[in-house]
Write a protein that binds this ligand. Structure first.
Ligand code: SF4
Length: 77
């Protein structure tokens, strides 16, 4: 019998579609430590989110009215 393999999430990758993003800033309100609108009207964000910050990233993605935020998980065996 082979040992059971366990998939462990290590981090979540965040990407923002610049074509969709209209800089409304909902993501910054939902997750100020992950998203920041700069004075130059650009969106800066953390692209690799650790597991403990993942709920905030998901909340930001949910609140984005343009559905511009994409999250994808990375797993290791
Ligand atoms: S909430 Fe969405 S549209 Fe607004 S700044 Fe964030 S990513 Fe862009």
């Amino acid at each position: 019998m082979s040992p059971r393999r366990t998939l462990l999430p290590t981090s979540t990758t965040v990407s923002v579609d610049n074509e969709r993003c209209h800089l409304y800033g909902f993501c910054q309100v939902a997750a100020p430590n992950l998203f920041e609108l700069t004075a130059g009207e650009r969106l800066r964000y953390v692209s690799h989110v650790t597991e403990d910050h993942e709920p905030q990233a998901r909340d930001a993605a949910r609140q984005c009215p343009m559905q511009a935020i994409r999250l994808s998980g990375q797993v290791t065996e």
